[in-house]
Design a binder for this molecule. Structure first.
Ligand code: HPA
Length: 270
């Protein structure tokens, strides 16, 4: 795995400014933040050696290098989901690449179902913690000490410092922010009403099919993480209605200017 990674990184390195410290992964229907990146270079995933390729509608597949909030950023427009058939090493491959390129901060967005009764569609939830229910762990197998320790600590998975910055910015700009625990599941089915209820009882506020593996690998690699869910549908027991991928995309698209603003403001302050 290390050799493969090094090949990718040495191909990318000459195209990435050395001061790039911020990585961004954009979720379903949330790729437009990348449009605010200036002085940009777009690198299609299919051009990058050993990079997986995105297959789902609404997921673009570009690595974008440029400036956002006055900082050099490396943004993934489109991510790899476990339900697409990738294994966890592939799902998290771009995070490893970012790590070896010197990225220190990782910003993540996703679309998620809300299970907390006080959430509404279109809300932004800042992820405070997660529950990992994926059937495969991205760090299973041989541990490469040069990438991180065998048993990584996860007590500050979502950086308290970055969260405090986001809360202050949201308050100052009257952006409504919800807070909670994200449950990561493999999908691709949305949940049954009983499942939503179960995931709420075990401590979840929102549920989705991404983010957790990326955060685990980012923490293993020593990055600081800030992540947000856009609540695109509600899995509140007794009120569960039909949901489609199109509903999710539409709700995410409507909320994304607010989230883009919030992320950019945090980046400015780094
Ligand atoms: N469940 C799982 N994943 C999701 C949902 C959901 O309700 N909404 C968006 N992604």
């Amino acid at each position: 795995m290390l050799e493969t990674l090094k090949e990718t990184v040495s191909w990318l390195k000459p195209q990435i400014p050395e001061d790039a410290k911020i990585g961004i992964i954009l979720g379903t229907g949330l790729g437009d933040l990348a449009d605010n990146i200036t002085d940009r270079k777009e690198i299609p995933y299919e051009k990058i050696p050993n990079f997986p390729v995105s297959t789902v509608a609404g997921h673009q597949g570009n690595l974008i290098v440029g400036k956002l909030g006055g900082k050099t950023v490396l943004a993934m427009q489109g991510r790899f989901h476990y339900y697409e058939g990738y294994d966890m090493k592939q799902v998290t491959y771009p995070v490893r690449v970012m790590q070896l390129l010197g990225i220190e901060y990782l910003f993540i967005s996703n679309a998620a179902g809300g299970m907390n009764g006080s959430f509404e569609i279109g809300d932004i939830m800042m992820i405070e913690d997660h529950i990992n229910l994926f059937p495969e762990h991205p760090l299973r197998g041989k541990n490469w000490e040069e990438l991180g320790v065998r048993f990584p600590d996860m007590s500050d998975a979502y950086s308290k410092k970055l969260r405090e910055m986001a809360v202050a910015i949201a308050k100052k700009n009257s952006i409504k922010l919800q807070y909670g625990v994200y449950v990561g599941i493999q999908g691709p089915t949305f949940e049954t009403p009983a499942e939503y209820y179960f995931f709420k009882i075990i401590g979840g506020d929102a549920i989705g099919m991404s983010t957790v593996p990326e955060v685990i690998v980012a923490r293993h690699g020593g990055m600081k993480v800030l992540a947000f869910s856009v609540i695109t549908d509600l899995g509140v027991y007794g009120k569960v209605v039909e949901v489609s991928h199109e509903d999710v995309q539409k709700a995410a698209q409507e909320a994304q200017p607010k989230l883009a603003f919030l992320m950019e403001e945090v980046i400015k302050q780094l």
